[in-house]
Design a protein around this ligand. Structure first.
Ligand SMILES: C[S@@+](CC[C@H](N)C(=O)[O-])C[C@H]1O[C@@H](n2cnc3c(N)ncnc32)[C@H](O)[C@@H]1O
Length: 173
């Protein structure tokens, strides 16, 4: 929402497509992939209402929310030959989901576009980012800005973790 509002301030009129399980997120998947209570998603309809109330109709009309597993929805976007200038990966946190999001995002990235990962180096994100081929991709870990309580202490005993963004650009040639 902040990025769309900021783009509007700058005079841009970007379109946004968001993919989430929304109301289809089961309790089992919430515990495995998300856990953070504040991140429990609203339903798709509630989220759309919130976007309209917060950003106004003009911006909300440029936002599309798609409900489903990212592996299925991203495959549909690939089949529809959609391309995106900015792809932000912040869905399921398990390695398998992050890897699938990364593989499909590469096919959805427009020339000159950027893929950003949230939550590095934690959960499945750290392992995946370390596997990115440096000959093909320029992955840059951005500076530390967030430190939160660790809600996956069964996987890592640290009480708190730093969370960083990673910016990934396709190398020329
Ligand atoms: C940590 S939250 C982040 C949501 C949003 N990026 C934000 O910052 O508010 C993770 C979201 O990923 C969704 N999610 C988890 N696994 C998913 C999957 N396999 N496909 C699509 N969405 C998924 C959850 O429903 C949840 O809303």
């Amino acid at each position: 929402m902040r990025m769309m509002a900021f783009a509007d301030c700058l005079g841009g009129k970007p379109r946004y497509v968001g993919v989430d399980l929304f109301g289809s997120l089961t309790e089992e998947l919430f515990v495995r992939e998300v856990r953070a209570k504040k991140k429990r998603p609203r339903t798709r309809a509630e989220t759309m209402d919130l976007l309209r109330e917060t950003l106004g109709e003009d911006i909300a009309l440029r936002m599309t929310l798609l409900e489903g597993f990212s592996r299925d929805v991203l495959a549909e976007l690939i089949n529809a030959k959609m391309q995106f200038d900015l792809i932000f990966i912040d869905g399921g946190h398990s390695y398998d989901v992050v890897r699938d999001d990364w593989e499909k995002s590469q096919q959805l990235l427009a020339p000159g576009g950027v893929i950003v990962f949230d939550d590095y180096p934690n959960y499945g994100v750290g392992r995946l980012v370390h596997e990115i081929d440096p000959n093909l991709w320029d992955a840059r870990v951005l500076e530390k800005t967030d430190r939160f309580q660790n809600i996956f202490r069964d996987l890592d005993p640290a009480p708190e973790l730093d969370f960083q963004l990673v910016q990934v650009l396709r190398r020329a040639g």
